[in-house]
Design a protein around this ligand. Structure first.
Ligand SMILES: NC(=O)c1ccc[n+]([C@@H]2O[C@H](COP(=O)([O-])OP(=O)(O)OC[C@H]3O[C@@H](n4cnc5c(N)ncnc54)[C@H](O)[C@@H]3O)[C@@H](O)[C@H]2O)c1
Length: 390
């Protein structure tokens, strides 16, 4: 089943969407808006787009929102929208990390579905509280670990699930960047300022910002549960208050071993997310810079290059592929796939139907695991790299 705009049975009325964060000058909010539009399932109708009422209104005007639905705070938006007969059914939360918990809680408790960016929260206590709220709520919680939306990532996961790799031995993940190689937060650069502030970002710097993505992706493909880890978390840039590099050894339930490297000071790397998984029968390699391709090597055989839309790609990749092979799909399409998966679940919730079992999206549980991973990395490193249970 391909996620595509033309599927008549999916053409239920569009989901009325609100957004918290993503105002003028913000980064990921605009990506969420594009992702929500791609498969035509949502209408953005309201927002608390910025931290001040004035900027929220100005940002809403830029997007053509009804000024009466541009709110000064997410609390006001949750209250008023929940009471409107045509109020929002779902909200995207794209603020700095420390606001995820209070904002998500405000909407979930009013029965409004939440699509929230990662990491789930800025600390483990909030993550566990949010899990409780989400479990009690009459609404869904979707976490945008967007890399799980790539067709070749879905194919890699299907290969593991079909036993093509045999028993998994090794899971290698890395996410190097270089944009924080210098103290850019001291220049006032918005995205760097909050990411290096423990009060807004949380206990982790690079570990929370990109380590959680790499960890989630390795777990998503391999299906393995992390048991314990030993980490060397470090801050290279003088004066910075959170980590900008981490090397982490991982032990998974069942005996597989892993290694995760995340860095924001690795010169020459932009968003170098890469996952390699090796089992008793075969190995796979996928890199975000070349997302339409997956290397698959059976033991004793030449390497195979599986292409998105090509002959070797299976049904899991096909259902999230939009255009023929050879025409590249990328970051925005993968992000849109998370929105489309969420839309299918929200449509099902609306009508009381059962969700298609092929629908997959990261959940609040994945979010708690991510924050637990960050917390354990910091604890381990503070004990000179001791093994810590997750
Ligand atoms: N999935 C991904 O690939 C990805 C990529 C980048 C960022 N993110 C995550 O998205 C979130 C935002 O990151 P960003 O880089 O877009 O940050 P940003 O600083 O560019 O944007 C944050 C926005 O939130 C607004 N905001 C802050 N407090 C608010 C409040 N109380 N109410 C309403 N709006 C408020 C700011 O005014 C700004 O518009 C973070 O949690 C980050 O980890 C995810």
């Amino acid at each position: 089943m391909t996620i595509e705009a033309s599927k008549s049975e999916q053409r239920a009325a569009k989901i009325r969407l609100g957004m918290v964060g993503g105002g003028q000058g913000a980064f990921i909010g605009a990506v969420h808006r594009m992702a929500a539009r791609l498969d035509d399932h949502y209408d953005l109708v309201a927002g608390a787009l910025s931290s001040t009422p004035e900027k929220s209104l100005a940002s809403g005007r830029d997007l053509g929102l009804d000024p009466t639905r541009c709110y000064g705070s997410f609390d006001e938006m949750a209250q008023i929208e929940a009471a409107r007969p045509d109020g929002i059914e779902a909200v995207s939360i794209v603020t700095p990390n420390h606001m995820h918990y209070p904002a998500a809680k405000a909407f979930l408790e009013r029965g409004i579905h939440v699509i929230c960016d990662k990491p789930l929260t800025s600390n483990l206590e909030d993550a566990k509280k949010l899990k409780e709220v989400a479990e009690k709520a009459k609404a869904l919680f979707i976490l945008t670990h967007n890399y799980t939306g790539y067709p070749m990532v879905r194919h890699a996961r299907e290969l593991v699930q079909n036993g093509e790799l045999g028993e998994i031995r090794l899971v290698q993940m890395e996410y190097p960047q270089d944009w924080l190689a210098e103290p850019v937060e001291q220049t006032g650069a918005k995205q760097a300022v909050w990411r290096t502030d423990p009060a807004q970002s949380g206990v982790g710097g690079s570990t929370g910002d990109i380590g959680t993505h790499a960890y989630n992706l390795g777990s998503f493909i391999s299906g393995l549960e992390l048991q314990e880890l030993a980490a060397d978390v470090h801050t290279f840039v003088e004066g910075r208050r959170l980590d900008d590099n981490a090397h982490v050894m991982l032990r998974f339930q069942g005996g597989a071993k892993g290694l995760l490297w995340c860095s924001q000071v690795a010169t020459g790397n932009e968003n170098g997310l890469k996952v390699r998984i090796y089992g008793t029968k075969a190995g796979i390699e996928w890199t975000q810079a070349d997302p339409n391709y997956l290397w698959f090597t059976k033991l004793g055989e030449p390497k195979q290059l599986i292409t998105r839309g090509g002959a070797g790609a299976g049904s899991a990749a096909a259902r999230v592929t939009r255009i023929p092979g050879g025409h590249p799909e990328g970051y925005l399409e993968a992000f849109a796939t998370i929105y489309s998966e969420a839309a299918q679940a929200i449509h099902a919730a609306r009508s009381g139907a059962t969700v298609d079992p092929d629908v997959v999206y990261p959940t609040v549980d994945d979010g708690v695991k991510g924050v637990a991973f960050v917390t354990a990395c910091i604890q381990s490193s503070q004990q000179n790299g001791a093994w810590v249970r997750v």
